[in-house]
Design a protein around this ligand. Structure first.
Ligand SMILES: *[C@@H]1O[C@H](CO)[C@@H](O)[C@H](O)[C@H]1NC(C)=O
Ligand SMILES: *[C@@H]1O[C@H](CO)[C@@H](O)[C@H](O)[C@H]1NC(C)=O
Ligand SMILES: *[C@@H]1O[C@H](CO)[C@@H](O)[C@H](O)[C@H]1NC(C)=O
Ligand SMILES: *[C@@H]1O[C@H](CO)[C@@H](O)[C@H](O)[C@H]1NC(C)=O
Length: 813
């Protein structure tokens, strides 16, 4: 069947069977799947059925032929050091990435709907936040709501059998740490921060009315609408918009603005998706009730929680302390309710199946992307518009309505006059505490929680480094889990691809996570998941991530207004994000550098209007690719998380970062080949003699240090491992970097260039396929959970630690 014919048949089939929007997208995906499935054999069973025999204590990669270059002596020392890490849990606490302290004790009366006392949470000014509390309540609520929908004798409910997910109230105050506002809320209203104060601290001293209203000027009825009883419960200012990129404030003021905004004006997500990791996978989801501003406190959730746990609300006194454990609640939910799995009618289904269900250990995990997925012509846009227009008024879900609005809005604008979509927490650089003198372009202003290396009360620099590593690890891990669960194909590019090349981990000094996808996938992401809050598997942590897709994604030329990034996966607890860009065909003109560095980029494009011989795709900034430079994607691992990487790598990285592959130092971090890790100068200097690394002025000499680093012996490296921080890092990453090193032997030649051996050597191909068949997300996250680290463990292990006062009351349950 010719492609054209196939298209027509599929189109008719889809039109009949699937009365849903985005038919065009379905069409493209359909073709994609057809190609994909012709290529790969699929076996319908679980990946985990491929297990390697561990009886001889060899790792998977050793069994497949990996031979580390370390001496036997070195290996022995490392082994004994690792054993110490495992034994001395207190000293090496960072090596344990499981949740600790999951039980919380809550004096529950203050939360009750029926309780009117002065100390009721609905009466006091202070805000309460604990993610363990939020999760416990929501998980219980989800379970009971679903159980209500079916007769009680059915023990396990299959969410896939319900057409519409349940609808629950949502308030950002329960999902974001707004309690840092408490120091303000404790003060009398007239002593609190006001708009004038914000203006005085902003570099341009702007008229602040465009983003700020003083509390006393905020209408009484709006306060009630927002679910508050009186105005003292709100900060001195109502932040109703973004203080523009030019009007920059101090980091801590930006944090304050973000939290204040969250209380009153931050739009709610449309849907919440709770990830379920483990062997089973799946998700628990609910739609957000857009009409309600109900916060958890004094909501029926609490009463419901008590009654589902056999506690009579009338018996609750000021002495009743509830012990909550969100893991118990999650367990109960899982026992009663089967999570949602991607239904076979979803366009991402086959993709999902191919990743999650492929079990043949010798089958290739590579993924061919058909050219159709990169094509987003005007006719596709028109067809989508027609579709939504033809729907009866009011029949579109909030998601589809929003997507339709973006199509309409986008049609009013071109690449050169569309408004900038994403807004950042730009901060002042004339600030001592801003150690890196950074401008704040890497943080979503709405969720900003301070610049990464900004001075924080009670935090060491190592703490801040750790925090950065945690944020990056959890972003990638949760994105991957979400994307695989929903069958969304993305691959890493730019910075992360470069850091992957070095050691299969993320750089500890770069906060950019860039991923790309074909434009048709992006449109699907927008239509089905825009404004979705993705909640981390509750057994792994308390992360929350917002999917935010820009309005102007339907324009595909170079954006002159800074819409270079199409979508973001934003960490709600820090404002750090994954940048998502789509690539597609467009009329964009190839920048000069492609001609200058043709040998590396290998891309030519005929001027506009002339049909190009090869498909050339671009993002909205300056990156251009040919199909075969991206496809087939290869399946790989980064930091314990499966990722796709493009088909060609070396030359493109050299094109983008001319010295990126050879430079062993970056911003004070040095690459230690023997450990496959970047190590900070502060840690390295303990290993070398002063005269070897100082210059004549007794300053560190980068060239001399590099020289030492490149000549390091095993003995030197063992000395380096005497530093706890380095040892823990090596302990956490060694298996992952070994695996990466082994994988590199298949993908690159001795000079580090893309190798062709997999195309010619069947034996190597077979081993490589076996290797990639083992790529699965690690059972435990690489790093601690952010909340655990920041609010619990970091304090517990600080020298000045004092345990918090636990309510000394009678415990009822
Ligand atoms: C694992 O290896 C042992 C010893 O070589 C062998 O007896 C056993 O059958 C193997 N198990 C599997 C599942 O292959
Ligand atoms: C592993 O490498 C060492 C040298 O590092 C070599 O002596 C040994 O023979 C190798 N083993 C295998 C199985 O290739
Ligand atoms: C509880 O209320 C009683 C009587 O109103 C009071 O005596 C007692 O101190 C209260 N306990 C706490 C922990 O507030
Ligand atoms: C995503 O949602 C936001 C917020 O409602 C909206 O402004 C934007 O246009 C949406 N993007 C798309 C592509 O629908």
């Amino acid at each position: 069947m010719s492609l054209k014919l196939a298209k027509a048949v599929v189109a008719r089939h889809v039109a009949r069977q699937v009365p849903r929007p985005g038919r065009v997208l379905i069409l493209a995906l359909f073709l994609f799947n057809a190609v994909y499935f012709a290529f790969y054999r699929l076996i319908d069973s679980d990946v985990s059925s491929f297990s390697v025999n561990f009886t001889n204590e060899k790792s998977v990669i050793e069994l497949l032929g990996f031979n580390s270059s370390h001496s036997a002596e070195f290996k022995k020392v490392v082994k004994s050091k690792f054993r110490r890490v495992e034994k001395d849990k207190d000293r090496f606490w960072l090596a344990n990435t499981e949740l600790t302290e999951v039980d919380i004790k809550v004096p529950v009366q203050k939360f009750l709907k029926s309780y009117e006392g002065e100390d009721s949470w609905s009466n006091v000014n202070e805000l309460y936040y604990d993610p363990r509390f939020t999760l416990s309540m929501y998980l219980n609520q989800i379970r009971t709501e679903y159980l209500k929908m079916k007769p009680a004798q059915i023990r396990q409910l299959d969410i896939n059998n319900f057409k519409n997910p349940i609808k629950l109230p949502f308030n950002w105050a329960d999902w974001m740490d707004v309690s840092i506002l408490n120091s303000e809320l404790k003060k009398p209203l007239d002593e609190r921060i006001n708009c004038e104060f914000l203006s005085e601290n902003t570099n341009n001293n702007p008229d602040p009315s465009y983003f700020c209203t003083d509390n006393q000027d905020f209408p009484e009825e709006k306060i009630k609408q927002l679910g508050f009883k009186h105005r003292e419960q709100l900060p001195g200012v109502i932040i109703h918009g973004h203080s523009s990129h030019d009007d920059r404030s101090y980091s801590d003021i930006r944090v304050f603005e973000a939290r204040a905004y969250a209380l009153t004006h931050l739009p709610k997500p449309y849907r919440v998706i709770i990830l379920n990791g483990g062997e089973k996978g799946g998700t628990y989801e609910f739609d957000v009730d857009m009409e309600s501003n109900q916060r958890l406190l004094n909501s029926p959730f609490i009463d419901n929680y008590l009654s589902s746990n056999g506690i009579d609300v009338k018996q609750v006194t000021n002495e009743t302390v509830l012990t909550l454990n969100h893991l118990t609640e999650f367990q109960k939910l899982k026992q009663n309710i089967i999570p949602k799995y991607l239904p076979p009618t979803d366009e991402g289904y086959r993709m999902y199946k191919s990743i999650r269900k492929q079990s043949d250990p010798t089958a290739s995990r590579e993924l061919e992307i058909p050219a159709e997925l990169f094509s987003y012509s005007q006719s596709i846009i028109d067809e989508q518009m027609e579709f939504y227009k033809s729907r009866p008024a009011g029949s579109l879900s909030i998601q589809y309505q929003s997507y339709y609005n973006s199509l309409i809005d986008c049609a009013q604008h071109t690449d050169t006059d569309e408004p900038t979509y994403f807004k950042m927490a730009t901060i002042r650089i004339d600030d001592e505490r801003n150690r890196d003198r950074e401008w704040g372009w890497h943080y979503d202003w709405r969720f900003f929680d301070g610049a990464l290396n900004y001075k924080r009360e009670g935090w060491t620099r190592d703490d801040l480094n750790q925090r950065t590593n945690i944020i990056l690890d959890r972003l990638l891990r949760n994105w991957n889990r979400f994307a695989e669960e929903k069958g969304i194909i993305t691959w890493i590019m730019h910075g992360p691809l470069l850091s992957w090349y070095w050691d299969g981990l993320m750089f500890p000094f770069d906060v950019d996570i860039d991923i790309q996808m074909p434009v048709v996938e992006l449109a699907r992401l927008a239509r089905d998941y825009n404004q979705t809050l993705v909640v981390e598997d509750p057994t792994e942590g308390y992360g929350k991530f917002l999917i935010d897709v820009g309005t102007y994604i339907h324009n595909r030329g170079i954006s002159t207004k800074g819409n270079h990034i199409d979508a973001r996966f934003v960490d709600v607890d820090s404002g750090i994000y994954i940048d998502i860009t789509a690539v597609s065909k467009s009329a964009a003109v190839l920048p000069d550098e492609y001609e200058k560095k043709f040998a590396l980029a290998q891309i030519e494009k005929k001027p506009e209007g002339q049909e190009a011989e090869v498909e050339v795709y671009n993002d909205r900034r300056k990156h251009f690719y040919k199909l075969d430079q991206l496809s087939p994607l290869k399946y790989s691992m980064m930091g314990g998380v499966p990722v796709y990487i493009p088909s060609t790598i070396h030359d493109r990285l050299v094109f983008e970062y001319s010295r990126g592959l050879t430079r062993y130092e970056f911003g004070g971090w040095y690459f230690i080949k023997m450990l496959n890790l970047w190590v900070k100068l502060e840690n390295l200097v303990h290993v070398f003699e002063n005269e070897d690394i100082y210059d004549a002025e007794l300053q560190y000499d980068k060239r001399k240090i590099l020289n030492c680093v490149l000549k390091m012996t095993e003995e030197d490296v063992i000395k380096l491992l005497d530093i706890d921080e380095v040892l823990v890092e090596y302990y956490l990453t060694k298996d992952l970097t070994d695996l990466h090193q082994f994988e590199m032997e298949f993908l690159f030649d001795a000079e580090g260039k893309d190798s062709t051996i997999l195309k010619t050597d069947e034996e190597r191909r077979k081993i490589y396929n076996q290797l990639t068949a083992t790529f699965k997300i690690t059972k435990k996250p690489l790093r601690k959970s952010l909340y655990d680290f920041s609010t619990i463990e970091r304090l517990k292990h600080a020298p000045t630690y004092k345990p918090p006062a636990v309510p000394d009351l009678q415990v009822q349950m």
